[in-house]
Design a protein around this ligand. Structure first.
Ligand SMILES: NC(=O)c1ccc[n+]([C@@H]2O[C@H](COP(=O)([O-])OP(=O)(O)OC[C@H]3O[C@@H](n4cnc5c(N)ncnc54)[C@H](OP(=O)(O)O)[C@@H]3O)[C@@H](O)[C@H]2O)c1
Length: 268
C-alpha cells in the first residue's frame, strides 16, 4: 500500500512521537491525536494536523472520524498507539487505576472502531493498526489493567481481522516487546536477572517506529517485535509457574492468609 495519510494516537512521546517524525520525514500527511497540546511539538511540525482529543472520549473520537470523512481526508492508515501503564494491583487492587488503564488502552482503541465500521465502503483500503503487547504471553501481575487491556485488544483484533477479511477495512496488530519509553516500568518488582534480560531484549524507539511503519502499509496481520524479546516472556511465564517468591509482593500478600487481615506492604 502506498501510504498517503496516517492518523497516529499518542504522539507526545515514545513510539508515537518517533512514528510521527518518521512519517513527516517520508512526506506522508499526518493527523496526530493527543489529549493535550504540546506547543514545542506542534511548532516543530507545521505540516501535521494536530487534533486535541482524549481517546477515552467516544464522542470526541466519533466527531473526529466524521469530520475527516466529510472533508475527504480520512487517512489510509490508523495507528492506534496511545496507552498507559499503572501499578494497579500491588499491595491492594486499585479499581480506579485499573479502570483508567482499561479506558485508555482498550476503549481508547475501540472508540475508533465503531465509527470506522459504520462508514460506507468506499473501495479504498484502510489499515487499522492496534499497538498491543507481548504481555499477552505473560502479563505482569502488578499492572493488571495493562495486561488484561492488551489481551482484550488482541482478542478483538483477532476477531475483526477474520470478520473483515476481503473488505476495505484491514485489521492488524503489533505485539510489542520492551521499548525504553515512559511505559517501561516496574523493574524493581522483578528478580534482578529478569530486569537485565529485559534490557537486553529491548528494541530501540527508532527501530520500533521503523518496524511499525513498514508493517502498517503491508498485508501482514500481525507483527511480533522484537522477536528476541519472546524468550523473556517465556522466562516470566516459567518463573511464575515454578519459582516461589518470583513476584515478591504477591507472595507477601499470600502469607497473611490465616494470619490476620491484609495490610499495605508499607505498613507491615
Ligand atoms: N514501551 C514498551 O515497552 C511497550 C511495550 C509493549 C507495548 N507498548 C505500547 O506502545 C504504545 C506506545 O507507548 P510508549 O511506550 O511510546 O509510551 P509513552 O511514551 O508513555 O507514550 C504514550 C502516549 O500515549 C498518550 N496517551 C495516554 N493516554 C492518552 C489519552 N487518554 N488520549 C490520548 N493520548 C493518550 C500519551 O500522551 P500524554 O503525554 O498526554 O500522556 C503518550 O503520547 C502503548 O500502547 C503501549 O502500551 C509499549
Amino acid at each position: 500500500m502506498d501510504v498517503k495519510r496516517v492518523l497516529i494516537t499518542g504522539t507526545t512521546s515514545g513510539v508515537g512521537r518517533a512514528l510521527l517524525e518518521r512519517y513527516v520525514r517520508d512526506q506522508v500527511a499526518v493527523v496526530s491525536v493527543n489529549r493535550r497540546r504540546v506547543p514545542e511539538l506542534e511548532a516543530r511540525h507545521p505540516s501535521v494536523r494536530f487534533e486535541c482529543v482524549d481517546v477515552r472520549s467516544s464522542e470526541g473520537v466519533e466527531r473526529l472520524i466524521r469530520e475527516l470523512a466529510a472533508s475527504g481526508t480520512l487517512p489510509d492508515v490508523f495507528i492506534l498507539n496511545a496507552g498507559i501503564n499503572r501499578m494497579d494491583n500491588d499491595a491492594r487492587f486499585d479499581p480506579s487505576l485499573y479502570r483508567e488503564v482499561m479506558e485508555t488502552n482498550l476503549f481508547g482503541v475501540l472508540n475508533f472502531i465503531g465509527p470506522l465500521t459504520a462508514l460506507p465502503a468506499t473501495g479504498v483500503e484502510r489499515h487499522v493498526v492496534a499497538v498491543s503487547s507481548m504481555v499477552k504471553y505473560a502479563g505482569n501481575p502488578y499492572g493488571l489493567g495493562y495486561a488484561t487491556s492488551k489481551r482484550a485488544l488482541t482478542a478483538c483484533f483477532d476477531v475483526w481481522a477474520r470478520m473483515y477479511a476481503g473488505t476495505d477495512l484491514v485489521f492488524k496488530q503489533i505485539m510489542l516487546g520492551p521499548v525504553p519509553t515512559g511505559i517501561y516500568a516496574m523493574d524493581d518488582r522483578f528478580p534482578r536477572w529478569m530486569a537485565g534480560l529485559k534490557k537486553l531484549s529491548s528494541a530501540s524507539i527508532d527501530g520500533t517506529a521503523r518496524a511499525i511503519s513498514r508493517f502498517a502499509g503491508n498485508r501482514k496481520k500481525k507483527l511480533l517485535y522484537p522477536l528476541r524479546a519472546l524468550p523473556l516472556f517465556g522466562a516470566m511465564w516459567l518463573g511464575r509457574a515454578l519459582i516461589p517468591g518470583f513476584f515478591p509482593s504477591f507472595f507477601d500478600g499470600r502469607k497473611t492468609i490465616g494470619g490476620g487481615p491484609r495490610r499495605p506492604r508499607n505498613e507491615r
